[in-house]
Design a protein around this ligand. Structure first.
Ligand code: NAP
Length: 246
């Protein structure tokens, strides 16, 4: 793998363990939804992270949790403005809209930092041109983890009849914010009522990103509703990405 040196512009701390690393890099090539590898030692030790920025943006963003016993993030979280970080300039992975068929509704279901690739996709023109309705669900443990609010508010303002945002805070009660897990919220039918459309195999494409158990549980739920996994040899309506292995 070929790494290039980039310079840190900011290592934004959202909460005690949640960060966005911003680096400046030229000549990156990726499709929204893809990931790259990040290294602090010129490519010896590296870990995958999704691009949060859109391909047209020169300032790259990577959204990550500091994992206390992790091999990279305890060091990544200490990185400061002006320090070097190495990345692979070419994106990888098939979690992109190019893999998703057209449908009236695009459901983007994320937990935690799994929000990142969806932000990248929504920063491009493609989803807005292809899907009449876009539903973004973001489930976090605590309210302070509902990050990137300015960006989401911008889409709510600009696409009031196309874009729906459903935050979920599962630990602690917050006024006007759901506390049910994504699976239970979907099963309750409340999102469908709000959007005034049903989630069916005929009208929906669903993308899942984040906690592997959430991806598995929601996939099983969606398959019980008749949707099928989206595979290259067998197109379906459920496209997913696990953010780490259990
Ligand atoms: P998280 O446990 O992934 O929780 C985020 C949201 O997902 C919460 O609202 C949670 O609800 C919900 N959720 C979890 N399991 C679910 C399921 N089966 N179905 C539906 N919803 C589900 O926590 P996080 O704060 O985003 O991430 C931090 C943790 O994730 C770390 O402690 C670490 O273990 C792990 N992590 C690991 C890596 C890695 O590379 N190794 C990377 C990122 C994160 P509840 O509150 O009800 O659980």
């Amino acid at each position: 793998m070929k790494f290039i040196e980039t310079v840190v512009v900011e290592n934004k701390k959202w909460t005690s363990s949640l960060y966005s690393l911003f680096v400046e890099a030229k000549n990156t090539h990726f499709t929204a939804g893809q990931f790259t590898q990040i290294s602090l030692d010129k490519g010896h030790l590296f870990r995958p992270y999704s691009f949060v920025n859109a391909p047209q943006e020169g300032l790259l963003e990577f959204y990550y949790n500091e994992i206390s016993n992790g091999t990279l993030t305890p060091f990544l979280s200490k990185i400061e403005k002006g320090m070097p970080v190495w990345i692979v300039p070419k994106g990888a992975g098939r979690f992109t809209l190019a893999e998703v068929a057209d449908a009236p509704i695009l459901w983007l279901l994320a937990t935690g930092t799994g929000l990142g690739p969806f932000l990248s996709m929504l920063k491009t023109a493609e989803p807005w041109q292809r899907f009449a309705t876009i539903v973004l669900v973001h489930s976090v443990r605590f309210e302070k983890e509902l990050t990137h609010q300015a960006l989401i508010a911008h889409w709510q303002k600009n696409y009031p009849n196309q874009f729906y945002w459903f935050p979920i805070v599962t630990r602690g009660s917050v006024e006007n914010i759901a506390s049910l897990r994504i699976t239970d919220l979907l099963a309750s039918g409340s999102i469908e009522r709000e959007v005034k459309q049903s989630l069916t195999p005929e009208n929906s494409q669903v993308m899942l990103c984040g906690n592997p158990q959430m991806v598995s549980d929601v996939s099983i739920y969606l398959q019980s509703k008749g949707l099928s996994l989206n595979r290259s040899n067998h197109p379906g309506q459920i496209t997913s990405e696990n953010y780490w292995k259990e």
